[in-house]
Design a protein around this ligand. Structure first.
Ligand code: GLU
Length: 302
């Protein structure tokens, strides 16, 4: 594994800095673009890594996966009454489809879907932002994970579009709590900072039929794990899910902080990080590294 990672790192290093760091909030715009790390965690909990794999970064939309898993734990199949499981084919923060489809978001990985799921978690936990943080601490085995408050505050300040999605859902009776409270939890979770090693470990239960080696507990049933992986494969990579499936062939979720988690079911989980993004909002080096990985191990879930 280590020599595999070293080879991928060497192959993809020349792409360093190609693309553009997310600049929709000032706190993310100042992240240095020339960083690149990869970590793998196998299903026995062993990790290996290369490059900037120990550098914490803003997990952003990757938090939507943990938000969903926690809600699935509690709401089971009932959750799918409020959120769909189809790819959206539109930008992650689009409002157009939400109105046409009566306030039911297409899937849990577009912003409206993640906000509906956050609303469900808000109804269930006294401090939902801390419940998700603590869940992530547990499944990654790292009790020190915390949020960057400057990023969370900056997102809150620029919340208009997310607030609009949430209020639109409220107008369709698909939102129970105060919009501002749910937005606070959602932004706090997007602003959590983790390393590639943390995220490879935290997502390992998705490669391991729902079982987490680090907390020694079953997080999801095997059937629910397959559902999450299917959603990741169809909706986890913004509007690049099709070509990501075509090139990489793994369930994955990216965030505008430059991280991507990916799952090789039955074998291992991976996290790559490099903040410069392609035009679809996915890490340029991250996608290239995962393409190289699956080519080298000759593996695709398809
Ligand atoms: N916190 C971001 C937002 O809601 C998530 C961005 C992302 O990584 O997709 O706009």
């Amino acid at each position: 594994m280590q020599s595999l990672l070293d080879d991928i790192y060497r192959e993809v290093l020349p792409l360093m800095g190609q693309g553009k760091v997310a600049d929709y909030i000032p706190a993310l715009a100042c992240v240095p673009p020339d960083q690149f790390g990869i970590a793998i965690c196998d299903n026995n909990g062993r990790t290996c890594s290369v490059g900037d794999a120990a550098t914490p970064f803003s997990i952003q939309s990757i938090s939507k996966v943990f938000n969903l898993v926690l809600a699935m734990n509690h709401y089971g199949e009932g959750l799918w009454q409020r959120v769909g499981c189809e790819p959206s084919g539109l930008p992650f923060n689009s409002l157009v489809q939400l109105e046409y489809e009566n306030g039911i978001p297409r899937n849990p990985f577009i912003n409206a879907g993640a906000l509906a799921i956050s609303d469900m978690n808000q109804s269930r936990f006294a401090s939902p932002h801390l419940a998700i943080r603590d869940f992530i601490r547990r499944v990654s085995g790292n009790p020190d994970i915390s949020a960057n408050h400057e990023v969370a505050d900056s997102e809150y300040e620029h919340r208009a579009r997310n607030a609009a999605s949430a209020y639109l859902m409220k107008a369709f009776n698909n939102f129970e709590n105060e919009v501002e409270d749910v937005l606070y939890s959602y932004f706090y979770n997007c602003a959590l900072e983790m390393t590639c090693v943390d995220l490879a470990k935290a997502s390992n239960f998705l490669a391991n039929r729902g079982y987490c080696e680090f907390s020694d507990e079953r997080i999801l049933s095997s059937a629910q794990t397959s559902q999450v992986n299917a959603l990741l494969a169809t909706s986890g990579m913004y509007n690049e899910a099709g070509s990501f499936a075509f090139q990489v062939g793994l369930p994955g979720k990216s965030g505008v902080g430059g991280g991507i988690i990916a799952v090789v079911p039955g074998r291992f989980s991976i996290c790559v990080f490099s903040p410069a993004l392609n035009t679809m909002g996915n890490s340029t080096q991250g996608v290239a590294a995962l393409t190289s990985l699956t080519r080298r191990i000759n593996w695709s879930v398809y």
